[in-house]
Each structure stands twice: as C-alpha cells, then as structure tokens.
Design a protein around this ligand. Structure first.
Ligand code: ATP
Length: 300
C-alpha cells in the first residue's frame, strides 16, 4: 500500500472568456484562457484497505458521493478495476461556487494523487479522459498552469508561463450558479467580446499591460444583471490601480491584475474594508512547459 500524500489543488481564473455559440448537445462553445493561481485547497490522501472515505473542513460543499473529489476517486477505481481504498480529506481554502473551479481542482488532485500513490503510472491521456467525464474544467486542472481551452473545455492548448501576475481577487458574499448564468446567456446582450489573438500575442510577449487590457469575460453580461455589485468591484479594483479587472468564469469572483505586487497589496488592504474575502495572490506554476500543441481530453 502506498504512503499518505498531501497535494495542492490550485484555483483557476479565466483571463479571457468568450462564447462562440451553442452546440447541438446543449453545451456552449467556449474559448477561454485559464490560469492557475496561488490560492489552493489541500487534499490529503491516505491509502486504506477498501472504499472511499471523505473528510472535509467546510460545511459549504457536499459531504457525500456527489462531492467531486469523491466522484474522481470512484471513476478512477471503476476504470482501473481497483480493489483497494482511499481516505480523502479536503482542506477547503477556495471559495465555493465562486467561478474558481474549486470542485474541479479537487477532483483533478484526487486523480493525480491516486495515480501516484498507488503507482498506476497512467498516461496523461488516460487521466484527461477520466477528467473530461467529471466536468468541463477538470481536464485543465489536471494539466495545470495556463492553457487556452476550447469546445466544452476539453480541447486544451498549454501556454508557456510567460509572466507571474500580481492579482487581487475579491469574492463577494453571494454565490452564482454556473448553470443559471450559462442558461441566461444571450449573444445579443454582450457589449464587448475578447480578442483572443491579441490576448495570446500579449501573453507570448509577456507584456502585462497588454495582457490586462485584453482581458474580457462575456459572461459578465449575465452576472452583472443578476448582481450589479460585480460591476462595483471591477470599478473599485481599477480605481485602486489595477491595470484591468474582470469576473472569473461565471462569477461572482472578480480579479484585478496589477503592475507590481506592492500596489496589489495596498489595494487588497483597502478592499478588505468593504469585502470579507479578499485574496492577494499570484500565478501558480506546475511543471515545465513542454511546448505541447493541442490536447483533446477524452473522446470528442
Ligand atoms: P466552476 O468555475 O468550475 O464552474 P465554481 O468555482 O463556480 O465552479 P465550485 O466551487 O466548484 O464552483 O462549486 C460548484 C458546486 O460544486 C457547488 O454547488 C458545490 O456544492 C459542488 N461541489 C462538489 N464537490 C465540491 C468540492 N470538492 N469543492 C467545491 N465544490 C464542490
């Protein structure tokens, strides 16, 4: 039996998010750049004789088989005819229902962790296939760092770690349902679309100002209608010196990119007067960029 293992499960933000239309299967065709940040859950895995046991230090996430971390272990065991067991403890640091892929990153950490702890040595391709079954954001979380994601999120192009960003993240004290935001999305109501090419060119140059200027999230057109406070947070971040500020995923978290860590720290301190959940974070890097072109997680 393998040894106990502690894995970091970082949150992601969406630096750009565009919707290209609706697919025949009901999902939206996405084009988004996902970026892992230094705000992470900790997943503690303990091999045991049989079954999947779950522990968690938060009352905000399901404490049963529907927990994404539990589902990840279950899918891993089923696919690989596994007979042993695992104890999973989740130390939740990532705000829940916040557009930060908290559940998805826990699931990815469990897949990666079981693969290592029990020395399965499954290929990245097989891990990504299981990830795609668990949810749209899980393949990216398996891959890590930064990537352009298309389709439902399963067509991934890894991006080099061009820059380390200074980020202030604000999670207002309400949640937004991803399903509700997507179901209310209307292309006609979008005021600004991202220019993905321009963003990627700025990323390639490592030009923080240009990266920030090109950040756009079309889902703001829905989320701000439901919660106008999101627009207020964006404005406050910009007034406090952010080069730009946008919502992450389907919200409600909003983040601002700063030129330097010092300015970000000052802005975070001011924002703490109004919001109880303000995080001063930076880019999270996992592994070395190996120049992979495009990866498709699971069968199309
Ligand atoms: P995404 O950005 O991927 O749409 P999110 O960050 O908006 O996700 P999550 O924090 O992943 O939202 O939570 C979404 C839902 O998933 C919540 O209703 C939560 O109860 C459920 N969930 C299941 N397992 C987990 C987990 N391990 N951690 C967080 N949420 C979980």
């Amino acid at each position: 039996m393998g040894k106990r293992m502690i894995i970091e499960a970082p949150a992601k933000i969406n630096l750009i998010l565009d919707i290209k239309g609706k697919r025949p299967d009901g999902y939206h065709e996405l084009e988004t750049v996902m970026h892992q940040i230094s705000l992470a859950d900790r997943i503690i895995l303990n091999p045991c004789a049989s079954g999947i046991k779950l522990g968690i230090n938060s009352g905000l996430v399901p404490y049963n088989e529907s927990n994404l971390a539990y589902r990840a272990a279950s899918v891993f065991f089923q696919k690989n005819g596994f007979k042993g067991g695992i104890e999973i403890f989740i130390e939740k640091n990532i705000p829940v229902g916040a557009g930060l892929a908290g559940g998805s990153t826990d699931a990815a950490a469990v897949l990666l962790g079981i693969n290592e702890i029990y020395e399965y040595n499954l290929s990245e391709e097989l891990l990504l296939e299981m990830a795609a079954e668990l949810g749209s954001d899980v393949p990216f979380c398996v891959l890590g760092s930064s990537a352009l994601a298309r389709g439902r999120g399963e067509i991934l192009t890894p991006l080099p770690s061009a820059v380390s960003l200074a980020i202030v993240l604000v999670k207002p004290d309400f949640q937004l349902s991803t399903a509700e935001v997507y179901s209310k999305f209307e292309l006609a109501k979008v005021e600004q679309f991202p220019d993905t090419r321009a963003f990627l060119a700025a990323w390639g140059r490592g030009d923080v100002e240009d990266i920030a200027v090109n950040m756009v999230n079309v889902l703001e057109s829905v989320s701000i209608r439901i919660h106008p406070e999101i627009a207020v947070i964006k404005e406050r971040l910009k007034e406090l010196g952010a080069l730009n500020a946008v919502m992450s995923g389907s919200g409600p978290s909003v983040f601002g990119i700063f030129k330097e860590r010092k300015g970000a720290a000052q802005a975070a301190e001011t924002l703490r007067k109004w919001y109880s959940e303000v995080y001063l974070v930076s880019s999270y890097k996992r592994g070395d960029y190996d120049g992979k072109k495009e990866i498709i997680a699971g069968r199309p």
